[in-house]
Design a protein around this ligand. Structure first.
Ligand code: DGP
Length: 115
């Protein structure tokens, strides 16, 4: 865990991002490769590598991320129409960036099962 992830570079303002929310615990910004009309990422400032490597001491952070999903859904005005929240974990999950992040997808009808 030596090199900074892309998300740590965004948190540290070494890379630009379209930030829609930030607080002491997390940051939320627009995904660079959107899979829906609105595609946001909610990222904890603490580098939890992935949900399968989180621990009980992360409980407050993990709960906070969920509440920020709620906040930005209202702030960005897609709470009522609906949206999908996704966490990709490991190779079968399609995880690319080893820094926990919640995807929020909104602005179109989601399909089930997901691809
Ligand atoms: P995942 O596959 O779950 O690890 O998702 C990683 C997401 O991160 C993917 O949807 C694209 C997004 N992403 C990667 N690099 C950047 C970047 O430099 N800026 C932004 N805004 N998003 C990025």
């Amino acid at each position: 865990m030596s090199e900074k992830t892309i998300f740590e570079k965004i948190i540290d303002r070494e890379l630009p991002a379209d930030i829609v929310h930030e607080d002491d615990i997390c940051i939320c910004f627009r995904d660079i490769n959107p899979q829906a009309p609105t595609h946001l990422l909610v990222v904890p400032k603490k580098r939890i590598v992935r949900i399968a490597e989180s621990s009980p001491e992360d409980q407050t952070i993990l709960g906070h991320l969920m509440l920020i999903v709620n906040k930005v859904a209202h702030q960005e005005d897609f709470a009522e129409d609906g949206f999908r929240t996704v966490i990709n974990n490991g190779p079968h999950g399609g995880e690319e960036v080893p820094h926990l992040h919640l995807h929020i997808l909104a602005g179109r009808q989601m399909l089930w099962p997901p691809g």
